[in-house]
Design a protein around this ligand. Structure first.
Ligand SMILES: [Zn+2]
Length: 467
């Protein structure tokens, strides 16, 4: 009887061995993540996502801890580039990257990279990331979810036994917010190779007249170099980039949808316009004799609205956010007016046509009103970006496999992703946030929604890393 049992055991264990003889477990895991067979193109492999578990408790704790590196009291967060709190927060993130087993590198402006080598490390890596700087009196989720969430996505994949083919990198971008030096997405613009920015930063100062290079050096960056072109990355460094971010708008929450799959990022252009007239006494100068710079500005503001509406697309928007009159007295005809105009679209040509029309209107108005168009300056004109089909597909498949509801949407705010799109394929994952609030202390995203976003990010990275 004992012998029989022994024989049975031997047969069982032998058949178990032979059945798995030529199955590498890491290939099986890869197949599960990619949703398609790695070596046998014709057999279908069921995908399994049950192995993806987010450590929600730790992630929430990290978000709370990071928010304590702030120059204003909780619940507000103020974390400005290269301040003491920013440096401490960076140290905190680097430590988490290290704990996740990532090798950490920093560039001359403090973009931080945490890398997990794939088993074909010579291939272009897949990257993810966001920012941790926070404008004065803002909240603790903007950007942070895309950095701490990305590190947790790596942990999720590691715990599941996944082995990346392409290396995976988590990036913390320097100064997404323009708070200190008036330049938004400073780190990612430089990564994308902005020569003009690298040059401008040599002489840029903040409102206290402290130079960019000086503060960068005090934070431990740009050590012996004034030339920041070392930050530029080559096109092809990454095969894809995905950013996880709170929506900063109300749509997902209102519609009860878990995941927003971003198909395009609208980009702003901003204009400065000035008219000059003769001014004069509000009583003494009769109407036919006036050259009212204020009315020219008012007429141009209405023309901005008209040209934006003429585009025929809901995605074209325009705003006159600043309109100043000089001398600004009730009994004085404005002799000068100053407008600042923001116009955005996801279609660059359409947006540029609007700018052209605004320019034509400004010229026409200056003629008909007898005022001088003393300035028409395009301050910046960033091109919008479309998400790459391959990244959208990976995000959509991941969301479906995780049984989460999703919606295709446009990002009307812009992000580091806009500049990463110049280097590689790009996509963004949005999660709901309370009432769409952002850039204020009431900003909130539930840990459930954040965890869903982390899972979608993890699975998306896994799929992209195998392509
Ligand atoms: Zn952000």
């Amino acid at each position: 009887m004992g012998q029989l049992l022994f024989l049975l055991l031997l047969v069982c264990s032998f058949s178990a061995i032979s059945a798995h003889e030529d199955e590498d477990p890491s290939i099986k895991t890869m197949e599960e993540f990619s949703g398609y067979p790695v070596h046998e193109p014709h057999s279908s492999v069921p995908s399994s996502t049950s192995s993806l578990s987010v450590d929600a408790q730790s992630l929430q704790k990290q978000i709370d801890e990071l928010s304590s590196f702030s120059d204003t009291p909780a619940p507000s967060v103020t974390r400005v580039l290269y301040t003491e709190k920013d440096v401490l927060a960076r140290r905190y993130v680097k430590n988490l990257m290290g704990l996740a087993g990532l090798s950490v590198r920093e560039d001359a402006v403090g973009n931080i990279f945490g890398r997990w080598d794939g088993h074909e490390p010579e291939l272009a890596a897949v990257a993810t990331g966001s920012h941790i700087d926070a404008i004065p009196y803002s909240g603790k989720y903007d950007g942070v979810v895309g950095v701490l969430g990305a590190i947790e996505a790596i942990n999720v994949l590691k715990r599941s036994g996944f082995k990346p083919r392409r290396s995976l990198e988590v990036i913390l971008f320097t100064s997404e917010e323009p708070t200190r030096y008036g330049i938004s997405c400073l780190g990612s613009r430089l990564l994308a190779g902005s020569e003009s920015l690298a040059k401008a930063l040599k002489t840029t100062t903040d409102s206290q007249n402290i130079s960019f290079l000086e503060t960068a050096k005090s934070a431990g960056y740009a050590k012996d170099e004034d030339d920041l072109s070392s930050v530029f990355l080559k096109k092809g460094t990454y095969s894809a980039f995905v950013e996880l971010h709170i929506e900063q708008g109300p749509i997902l929450e209102e519609e009860g949808i878990s995941i927003g799959i971003v198909t395009a990022i609208a980009a702003p252009a901003s204009l400065k316009v000035e008219f000059e007239g003769n001014g004069g006494h509000a009583g003494a100068v009769l109407m036919p004799n006036r050259n009212d710079a204020g009315l020219a500005a008012a007429e141009l503001a209405l023309a901005v609205e008209k040209h934006v509406l003429e585009s025929g697309s809901i995605d074209t928007v325009g705003t006159v956010g600043i309109l100043e009159l000089h001398p600004g007295a009730i009994n004085s005809i404005p002799s000068k007016s100053h407008l600042e105009i923001d116009t955005r679209d996801i279609d660059e040509n359409r947006r540029n046509q609007v700018i052209d029309k605004i320019h034509q209107s400004a010229i026409r108005i200056s003629k008909t009103r007898g005022v001088k168009l003393s300035e028409f300056h395009i301050v910046n004109q960033d091109p919008p970006a479309l998400s790459a089909e391959v990244v959208i597909k990976a995000m959509e498949t991941a969301t479906r496999e995780l049984n989460l509801t999703s919606k295709l949407m446009i990002s009307r705010a812009y992000h580091d992703s806009l500049f990463m799109a110049r280097l590689s394929s790009m996509g963004m994952i949005f999660i709901p946030c309370y009432k769409g609030y952002s850039h204020k202390p009431e900003e909130f995203a539930s840990i459930q929604d954040i965890s869903n976003g982390v899972k979608v990010l993890a699975l998306t990275l896994a799929k992209l890393s195998l392509q």
